[in-house]
Design a protein around this ligand. Structure first.
Ligand code: NAD
Length: 262
């Protein structure tokens, strides 16, 4: 028996990076998993079946687009219909775009706010009736060091991540009496597709080479001078689902190599 045996976790944006590590971490503790996210269907199926084989749990994939509230509700309903409950919700899906404000395309602003912030609101909205009924729930929002500090050229991302920190605290206060905890995790830089994709944009915005972006922008932000790993973030998420974390709610956990201590 794992610590999450009998529980179901919905992890948004879990077809790669941090979300996939969290999904695998929860499956390792015995939870059934609702994966979500974009990608090549064969790759997603490989990850889904890999979770079932590696951890002897059940996993389904929801193709819900995090810009569409109705699809977010369907994702939660899929978990409840397939496994009987959604006990854990990790709002993790995210995208990034790097550009000076005056050149920032409005459609990128809208997409980042929708996927990185509004999707968490709609996910929480859909998950709480079942959690309240069962008197137990864990909601974890993947925020970022950018929920605490800004960086130039990331206006939409920084705004969305500051927003999710506020949503976390508000939801925590509303749901505490129902034994539903709501926390966010704020990683520093983790080497994932999201970070890799922002390198050319950062090179352009700051007039730097790729090597300079990695060393002087990404690693320079973190006093440890090392990337955080997705598995380290997953271990923190797993702790926040444990009984030992029952009194932790409304918190924003930094895991950023000391970035926001400065
Ligand atoms: P990633 O690109 O590996 O994963 C992003 C996930 O979101 C993917 O599964 C992708 O398919 C999904 N996604 C994107 N748009 C979607 C949409 N419209 N609908 C459904 N799913 C969608 O990136 P990651 O670094 O693992 O990012 C995961 C979370 O971690 C994000 O919220 C990100 O802001 C946050 N984060 C990342 C870092 C980092 O350095 N990588 C640091 C702090 C916070």
């Amino acid at each position: 028996m794992g610590t999450l045996t009998g529980k179901t976790a919905v992890v948004t944006g879990s077809t790669s990076g941090i979300g996939l590590a969290i999904a695998r971490g929860f499956a390792g503790a015995g939870a059934n998993i609702v994966l979500n996210g974009m990608g090549v269907p064969a790759d997603i199926e490989k990850e889904r079946s890999g979770i079932e084989t590696d951890f002897k749990v059940k996993a389904v994939h929801s193709p819900a687009d995090m810009t569409k509230p109705a699809e977010i509700a369907e994702m939660v309903a899929l978990g409840e219909k397939t496994f009987g409950s959604v006990d854990i919700l990790v709002n993790n899906a995210g995208i990034q775009f790097v550009s000076p404000i005056e050149e920032f395309p409005p459609e990128k602003w809208e997409a980042i706010i929708a996927i990185n912030l509004s999707s968490a609101f709609y996910g929480i909205r859909a998950a709480i009736p079942g959690m309240k009924k069962r008197g137990w729930g864990r909601i974890i929002n993947t925020a970022s060091a950018h929920s605490l500090v800004a960086s130039p050229f990331k206006s939409a991302y920084v705004s969305a991540k500051h927003g999710i920190a506020g949503l976390t605290k508000t939801a925590a206060l509303e749901l505490a009496q129902h034994k539903i905890t709501v926390n966010c995790i704020s990683p520093g830089y983790v080497w994932t597709p999201l970070v890799e994709h922002q390198i050319p944009e950062t090179m352009k915005a700051r007039n730097l080479t790729k090597e300079q972006v990695i060393k002087d922008v990404l690693l320079a932000a973190q006093p440890t001078k090392e990337f955080v790993t997705s598995e380290q973030v997953a271990a923190l998420a797993l702790f926040l689902c444990s009984d030992d974390a029952a009194q932790i709610t409304g918190s924003n956990y930094s895991i950023d190599g000391g970035w926001t201590a400065e």
